[in-house]
Design a protein around this ligand. Structure first.
Ligand SMILES: C[S@@+](CC[C@H](N)C(=O)[O-])C[C@H]1O[C@@H](n2cnc3c(N)ncnc32)[C@H](O)[C@@H]1O
Length: 263
């Protein structure tokens, strides 16, 4: 190491302090960008991808259909036919339309810039009673007590969380016995090598710059691997249809996994 330093041409020595200052500025900017600017950019940009939700609406409706026959673990709510639902990472709230009447919804969303869009959409779904919108991490839902919800939902969220295992541990903790976890996630393409290559290449830019998302996560496999504590998991791999106008992008995230895990 020391001989490597001595080999640096003498003409470069005066630039070393400037280079070091440059590196520090870049590191600080990147940290500031990731924690402050990226969430704002993402919340502004995400609704322009709403085409995905239009394309997937019917498949999603079928995925969530069994929710309406689920019975709450809370006797009072069961009598009323109501359900306590916790959605992690709801973003602008594209899943409101799939929740049964009398649902009582808590949201745990890390990006506070989604809050306004979320409540605007909620106004179109008066059959949902909003309990709380918590700005926080799915990996640490200390505001949500153990065994306190009947349903947990995540759609396209495990690709973004800091720790999939940490989030899954929390999902299991907050679910009441008999409760169900509905997940729907894009995953590393198990079949198409070109899509897989693109997912690996794009992951850095996707993750850090635009979507805060890792295209190459094996989220479905991780859910299956964490099945301990669940009595049953219905797990399915599938592909979403190409999105009109976004065929190129959808090629890279058409591989999906969805399922329902029952505690
Ligand atoms: C790709 S968006 C999906 C939004 C929405 N679920 C949907 O299906 O359109 C990912 C969402 O997860 C949120 N998110 C990312 N990491 C999170 C975390 N650790 N805890 C809670 N939410 C998180 C993001 O802020 C964003 O709203």
């Amino acid at each position: 190491m020391s001989s490597l330093l001595l080999d640096i041409p003498s003409v470069l020595w005066p630039s070393i302090p400037q280079l070091m200052v440059g590196c520090v500025i870049l590191i600080v900017l990147k940290k500031y960008y990731n924690s402050h600017i990226q969430p704002w950019v993402f919340a502004k940009f995400y609704p322009s991808l709403a085409n995905y939700h239009v394309t997937c609406r019917e498949i999603k409706r079928q995925h969530f259909a069994s929710m309406k026959s689920h019975k709450s673990a809370d006797p009072e709510l069961r009598k009323k036919g109501a359900l306590r639902i916790l959605e992690i990472g709801p973003g602008p709230g594209y899943n409101f339309e799939f929740y049964p009447p009398k649902s009582e919804l808590t949201a745990v969303e890390v990006n506070r810039f989604f809050e306004e869009q979320f409540f605007e959409k909620q106004a179109d779904h008066p059959h949902i009673k909003m309990e709380r919108f918590v700005v926080g991490f799915a990996e640490d839902m200390k505001d949500v007590p153990d065994n306190s919800v009947d349903i947990v939902v995540s759609t396209m969220v495990l690709c973004s969380v800091r720790s999939v295992e940490g989030a899954l541990k929390e999902v299991h903790r907050v679910l009441a016995p008999g409760g169900k976890y509905y997940y729907w996630e894009h995953v590393l393409d198990p079949e198409n090598i070109w899509a897989r290559l693109g997912q690996h290449l794009a992951s850095y830019t996707y993750y850090d710059l635009l979507f805060g998302c890792q295209l190459n996560r094996k989220s479905g496999e991780i859910v299956k691997a964490n099945k301990a504590g669940y009595s049953h998991i219905e797990h399915q791999r599938f592909r979403t249809p190409p999105e009109k106008g976004f065929e190129f992008l959808s090629f890279f995230h058409s591989a999906h996994a969805k399922g329902i895990a029952t505690k």
